[in-house]
Design a protein around this ligand. Structure first.
Ligand code: PLP
Length: 428
């Protein structure tokens, strides 16, 4: 199975039916699992035997989907979570605790930014934000002996900055910490950060992986290459006895799988951000066409971005695949098949013109969602950021005329005709 190309893995990895078994991934809709003897169950509780006993920790349906996502990324294993937010939180909590810090790029999804800037500090974990263009000296200056990880997004939402993964992996490894990459917008079809030196991948499966706007979910994938035992003082949770498992040492007992096993055995056990198994099933259906959809998202978005870039009614455009984009060289390096379907641009005439543009759209749907098979669009100044004045918006890095367009997989000329007539209406 590991020899197959990624398109084949999208369809066949994770669940392979045996003789007479269901062709489709079974939804194991059961909270619990039955055993003949207490001893057999005890072996599972002690992590002495693999298996399932309670779905808050793990279930075969979501595990099959996690195995598929891990295979697509080239990792050793994965853990599905109830949301992308839970995946980001768990990726950090698994190796950091009160008094520690992590380093994150400042250009990341607003929800993750809030988690890092507000909620993690309440738990005693400081997040030190750095600019994607920070110099080596500036980066080195924010690390100390309590730093546990470096975090960034392959394609930042919504800034659409491309992460220089190789450079930040070198930086992280120079300081003996892993690089965690949120690969939601690129998906493993367009970029596999583990191949560029990243150590852990997180996903919001809510986006392209589901692809149909049906489920909220997340996944954490471990590349299995970061050697936690090299830094035993920095990662005691993985390298010293765990009292809640009779003194078991995760790295000794599970080797390359230690990070994932610890996440399930401790964070899932104690916090329970478990996915619904029906949702895992739906994500699996989405994954079966991920390779086809990403190809179409990219080709549609490229066609639309080129049209917009030449249009007189547009004041600016950000799309990494366009030659003039500030991160075009990084896009060519890390995402040679294309970035994703998300484009941001400004409508000439400011906030009022952008609102007229939004009101005139007929095909593209207004939604606080991206990375969906259907084209959707958001004007932050009149929705998510509507409480801010134009001056405050600019301070927050969101221009009043900014339109975030998530190009779907419809016929691209139909999408363009809709945008074209809405741009005409925006002129007033
Ligand atoms: N990461 C990125 C890049 C996102 O865009 C989002 C949501 O938009 C998340 C994480 C959070 O995912 P979820 O909404 O599934 O919790």
């Amino acid at each position: 199975m590991s020899d197959y190309k990624i398109e084949t893995k999208c369809l066949h990895t994770g669940w392979r039916p045996g003789n007479g078994e269901p062709r489709q991934l079974p939804i194991i809709q059961s909270t619990t699992f039955k055993f003949d003897t207490s001893e057999e169950m005890a072996a599972l509780f002690d992590l002495a035997e693999p298996g399932y006993f309670y779905t808050r920790l793990a279930n075969p349906t979501s595990d099959a989907v996690a195995a598929k996502i891990a295979a697509l990324e080239g990792g050793v294993g994965g853990v599905m979570t109830s949301s992308g937010q839970a995946a980001s939180l768990f990726s950090v909590l698994n190796i950091a605790s009160a008094g520690d810090n992590i380093i994150s790029l400042s250009s990341i999804y607003g929800g993750t930014y809030n988690l890092f800037a507000v909620t993690l500090p309440k738990m005693g974990i400081e997040v030190r934000f750095v600019d994607p263009d920070a110099s080596d000296e500036e980066l080195d200056a924010v690390v100390d002996e309590r730093t546990k990880a470096v975090f960034g997004e392959t394609i930042a939402n919504p800034a659409l900055r491309i992460f220089d993964i190789e450079r930040f992996a070198d930086f992280a490894h120079r300081h003996g910490v892993p690089l965690i990459v949120d690969n939601t917008f690129a998906t493993p079809i367009n970029c596999r950060p583990l191949e560029w030196g990243a150590d852990i991948i997180v996903h919001s499966t809510t986006k392209y992986m589901d692809g149909h706007g049906a489920t909220v979910g997340g996944c954490v994938v471990d590349g299995g290459k970061f050697d936690w035992t090299k830094y035993p003082d920095r990662y005691p949770g993985l390298t010293t006895p765990d009292e809640s498992y009779h003194g078991l040492v995760f790295c000794e007992a599970f080797g390359a799988a230690a990070y994932n096993v610890k996440m399930v055995a401790t964070l899932m056990r104690d916090i329970g951000a478990t996915p619904a198994q029906m949702n895992a099933f739906l994500v699996n259906l989405g994954l079966e066409t991920l390779h086809l959809r990403m190809e179409r998202h990219v080709s549609n978005a490229n066609n639309i971005a080129r049209r917009l870039a030449e249009d007189e009614r547009i004041s600016w455009i950000t799309y990494p695949d366009l030659p003039g984009n500030q991160d075009h060289v990084l896009q060519q390096k890390y995402l040679p098949k294309g970035s994703c379907g998300v484009i941001s641009f400004g409508v000439k005439g400011g906030r009022a013109a952008a609102m007229r543009f939004m009101a005139a759209l007929r095909l593209a749907m207004i939604a606080t969602h991206v990375a969906d098979a259907r084209t959707c669009v958001l004007h932050p100044a009149s929705s998510t950021h509507r409480q801010l004045s134009d001056e405050q918006l600019i301070e927050a890095g969101v221009r009043p005329d900014l339109i975030r367009l998530s190009v779907g997989i419809e016929n691209w000329e139909d999408i363009w005709r809709d945008l074209d007539q809405a741009l005409a209406a925006a002129q007033g």
